[in-house]
Each structure stands twice: as structure tokens, then as C-alpha cells.
Design a protein around this ligand. Structure first.
Ligand code: NAP
Length: 475
């Protein structure tokens, strides 16, 4: 049979995108916008719901950020788009299946794990990853039913100075009534209402100039009703290494963070306030549990000085100086990390899918795995805001399109579009489509509206599937 150019009208390109978060949708957008490219895109998610970290990561009190899904919804309405929810690569389908049914695969699987501190006591009761806490308050099925003991703690330590640390801190301290109108999980709201946490120590291993949080984010916390941000002037002060870095290489946000932090009081002005205490140049070295209960009692912390690395970036170096902070809860918010998927190459050291400009490599620095591409955090690691994924996905799609030059393919069979649904049915996979999601989405919003909330989420995959079934039957 006569072959045609791959991606032409005669022989459209079939693409599987694994994952349905921002990087996935920006890849879909880039494919749809590529001139003269004829394509069909199937997007897979292991959950029955799309949008990845926008649904399960962005904090519920940041609805404006979550509204980015409108862009994704418009893309999903395109007839070239299909969604296969509740389908997990490595469990329900294998890389070999994708190779058989698609011309190209784009991994948009994010970073589903988290980095550890690797210190003694890290597994004590009361020590949690920010990933788990964030997933839990967002109603992510992986984290439903977790218990954080917020009603047995007065002080929490959040390790890390990124925007995730800020989200955790803000949700811990924000008035529950303000969270009640959002799409926060019911269970999380009830637990936060009963929380006795009055102080969060935000622990940064480097100085105020190197804090990774956005100025807007730390300032938002300080503007909350009944919450104050405090910093010891010794911690807020800059040493010569940071002074020089601020003059030369630091991002603009660094100066704004320093100015803000240096303007914070040393103790709360209102003694009844809930407090965020920023502690800088300090690393946790041991989490000490109570010998009786096994629950966190205090954290041993080492003072750091900053030393310039070869490129001038200030790096922390431990000093011969230690102190303790009493706390009943510890959250590590020191970054995410990719999780390996069966059949997909993985760079253990970097925690990402090894790639060269988005082309998947069989091993770090190795040969290209033809036809396989990667976008988002799975490509570059856990950095950047949602919008960062747009140019990043475009770049990968540009590589994919460039690689199509001169490639031809045999015609597709007439019922080719049925191939994936047929495979899933034959394996008994209970997959859902985009219409299922749309009906369920409308239901969540309507349920939420009944109690003045943005939406009400079900937090188990089975419950979501059952609700989708019921709505399908009723439609
Ligand atoms: P991040 O921005 O990379 O911050 C990680 C923090 O952990 C840094 O302060 C880092 O310090 C610290 N850290 C790493 N290892 C440590 C260790 N062993 N001990 C002590 N501290 C350690 O990562 P993230 O907060 O997970 O956020 C991921 C991305 O999502 C970021 O780009 C973030 O901006 C984005 N995000 C944005 C929002 C928003 O816009 N509202 C919300 C959430 C997340 P060093 O700097 O010293 O390495």
C-alpha cells in the first residue's frame, strides 16, 4: 500500500500524551497550532480527572491560578482531542502498546515523588512531605484519608523556602472560613477548622536573598487576617557574599524579598496573631521524637554560612553552631522528584526522564529513543510556574515536528480510532472520556454551589467513577 507523508492529510500523525497537566495541554496546543500538521491526540491520565497539578497542586485559595484550565478546556473541545482517564501507563497500558497504536508518544508525567532530607528521625510520627499535605487538601485520591495531627500541634516547621513551602504555611494558618468557599477537600477543611497550629517556622538553608518564594507569595501571607510574618534582624541581614550576588547575578525578586523581610518585626505586634517565623541560614540535621509517643518533639538545626560556588552562587556550609526548635509537626518542602515508569527511561540522579531538548534518551547521555518525547517537570525537573511549561512544551513539539521531515507511513485502517478503546475494553480497564469529565465537573461545581463553594470534590477514584457512571446514565 502506498505510503504518505506522516502528518499529512492522507496520513495524520497519531500522538499519545501521557499525563494531562499544564505541560500536556501546552504540548497539545503546540501540536494543534503547527501549520500543515494533521494530527490526532489522545491524552491519558491515571486519574479519572484531568489537569494534573492545577487540580491537585495549586492551592485552593488560588482560584485565579486554577482558572488557567479554561485554556485547556478549549483545546479539549477540538475534535482532534480525546481523553482517556483512569488509564495508567505501566498498569493498564504498556509502552509497547503505545508504540503499536501511535506514531509518537509525549511523556507529560510531571514529578510525582518528593525529595527527602535524609536526616535522622525523618520517619517519625508528625513528619510529612508537602506533596502529601498539598495533595490531601486538594482532594487528590492518592492522599485522601491521611492524618496530620493538626489538632495536637502548636508549632510546625516547614523546611524549604519555595512557593510550595509558602502554600503549606498559608493553608496551615489561613482562617478556615476563608478556605471554606474554595474547592478544598471537605476532610481537609474540617481538620483545619480543628487545627491548633499557631506558629509555622519557615526554615531556609540559605539567606533571605536566596529564598525561592515569589515576593507576592510571602507578602500575601503577611496580608492575611490574624497572621503576622516575623524575622529576627540577624537572620534578615545580608552577609557580603549575598550583597555581592544581589549586585551581580540575583533575580529581581531577590531584592524585593530582602526588602520585605527586613521590614518584618522581630515578634508579632498582636500577641494573639498566628505567626510565620522565618529562620534563615539554618539546616535541619535531626528530627528528635518523643521517646514515649514517637511523635516529633523538636528539630536540631545547624547554622550555615554562605560561600560562593564556582559560578558565584551562594551555597550553604554548616558552622560549628547548633540550636533546637520545639515543634510537633514537620513538613519537608524541599522539591519534587520524578517517579520511574516501567519501560520509560529514568535518570535516577536527576529524577527526570533523560532527554536532549525533549527527545527521550535510552539512558542519561545515551541514544535517542525514536518517537518518544518529554515535556514539563519530567523533562527539566520541578522548576518554574505553570506558564513556564508553554515555551518548554512548544520546544519539544518543535523537535518532534522537525523529526517528521521526510518520514512516511502506511495508511491507517478504517477503524483505527477504535483501536485504543478496544484494547482498554479487552483488558477490562474502566476508562472515562472527556464527556464524562465535563458532566462530573459540572456536578462538582453544582454540589459546591449548594454550600457557597467553588466545587465539592470526591476524593476516591471509585467514588468519582461511580459518580461519572451515574451521570452518564442520566444524560
Ligand atoms: P523550589 O522552588 O525549588 O524550592 C525548594 C526549596 O527547598 C528551596 O528553598 C531549596 O533551597 C530548599 N531545599 C532543597 N533541599 C533542601 C535541603 N536539603 N534542606 C533545606 N532546604 C532545602 O521548589 P518548590 O517549592 O517545590 O516549587 C516547585 C516549583 O513550583 C517552583 O518553581 C515554584 O515556584 C512552583 N510553585 C509555584 C507556586 C505559585 O506560583 N503560587 C506555588 C507552588 C509551587 P535552596 O534554594 O538552597 O536549594
Amino acid at each position: 500500500m502506498e505510503r504518505s507523508e506522516l502528518g499529512s492529510e492522507q496520513r495524520p500523525l497519531r500522538v499519545a500524551v501521557i499525563g494531562s497537566g499544564p505541560s500536556a495541554f501546552y504540548a497539545v496546543e503546540a501540536l494543534f497550532k503547527t501549520e500543515r500538521l494533521h494530527c490526532r491526540v489522545d491524552v491519558f491520565d491515571r486519574l479519572p480527572t484531568p489537569f494534573g497539578l492545577v487540580r491537585g497542586g495549586v492551592a485552593p485559595d488560588h482560584q485565579k491560578i486554577k482558572s488557567v484550565t479554561r485554556i485547556y478546556e478549549a483545546l479539549a473541545a477540538d475534535p482532534r482531542f480525546r481523553f482517556f482517564g483512569n488509564v495508567m501507563l505501566g498498569r493498564d497500558v504498556r509502552v509497547g502498546d503505545l508504540d503499536a497504536l501511535y506514531d509518537r508518544v509525549i511523556y507529560a508525567v510531571g514529578n510525582e515523588g518528593d525529595r527527602r532530607l535524609d536526616i535522622a528521625g525523618e520517619d517519625a510520627d508528625g513528619v510529612h512531605s508537602a506533596t502529601a499535605f498539598v495533595g490531601w487538601y486538594n482532594g487528590h485520591p492518592d492522599f485522601a484519608g491521611l492524618s496530620f495531627g493538626l489538632d495536637r500541634a502548636e508549632r510546625a516547621i516547614v523546611v524549604g523556602n519555595g512557593n510550595v513551602a509558602i502554600d503549606v504555611t498559608r493553608v496551615l494558618l489561613r482562617a478556615a472560613d476563608e478556605l471554606a468557599v474554595t474547592d478544598i477537600a471537605d476532610e481537609a477543611l474540617a481538620t483545619l477548622r480543628a487545627s491548633t497550629v499557631r506558629e509555622v517556622v519557615l526554615l531556609g538553608r540559605r539567606g533571605p536573598a536566596q529564598a525561592a518564594f515569589s515576593p507576592k507569595e510571602i507578602q500575601e501571607i503577611a496580608a492575611l487576617d490574624g497572621v503576622e510574618v516575623v524575622v529576627d534582624p540577624v537572620d534578615a541581614a545580608l552577609e557580603p557574599v549575598s550583597e555581592q550576588w544581589l549586585e551581580t547575578a540575583a533575580p529581581k525578586s531577590a531584592r524585593r524579598n530582602v526588602e520585605f523581610l527586613q521590614g518584618c518585626p522581630v515578634e508579632p505586634r498582636d500577641p494573639g496573631a498566628r505567626v510565620v517565623r522565618c529562620v534563615f541560614r539554618a539546616s535541619p540535621v535531626e528530627i528528635v521524637p518523643d521517646p514515649g509517643t514517637g511523635r516529633v518533639r523538636r528539630v536540631r538545626v545547624q547554622r550555615n554560612e554562605l560561600r560562593p560556588a564556582a559560578d558565584g552562587t551562594p551555597r550553604p556550609r554548616g558552622l560549628d553552631e547548633w540550636f533546637d526548635i520545639d515543634a510537633q509537626l514537620v513538613f519537608r518542602a524541599v522539591g519534587y522528584r520524578g517517579v520511574p515508569i516501567d519501560g520509560v527511561p529514568f535518570d535516577e540522579r536527576a529524577g527526570v526522564i533523560p532527554n536532549a531538548d525533549g527527545r527521550v534518551l535510552r539512558e542519561p547521555g545515551g541514544n535517542v529513543m525514536p518517537g518518544h518525547y518529554v515535556v514539563g517537570w519530567a523533562k527539566r525537573g520541578p522548576t518554574g510556574l505553570i506558564g513556564t511549561n508553554s515555551p518548554d512544551s512548544k520546544a519539544t513539539v518543535a523537535a518532534l515536528v522537525a523529526d517528521l521531515t521526510g518520514v512516511t507511513a502506511a495508511p491507517l485502517s478504517s477503524d483505527e480510532v477504535e483501536a485504543m478503546p478496544r484494547l482498554l475494553r479487552s483488558r477490562g480497564v474502566r476508562y472515562v472520556d472527556y464527556d464524562d469529565w465535563c458532566r462530573y465537573d459540572a456536578w462538582e461545581r453544582a454540589e459546591g454551589a449548594r454550600s457557597g463553594r467553588v466545587r465539592a470534590k470526591l476524593t476516591s477514584v471509585d467514588a468519582i467513577l461511580a459518580q461519572m457512571d451515574a451521570l452518564r446514565g442520566a444524560s
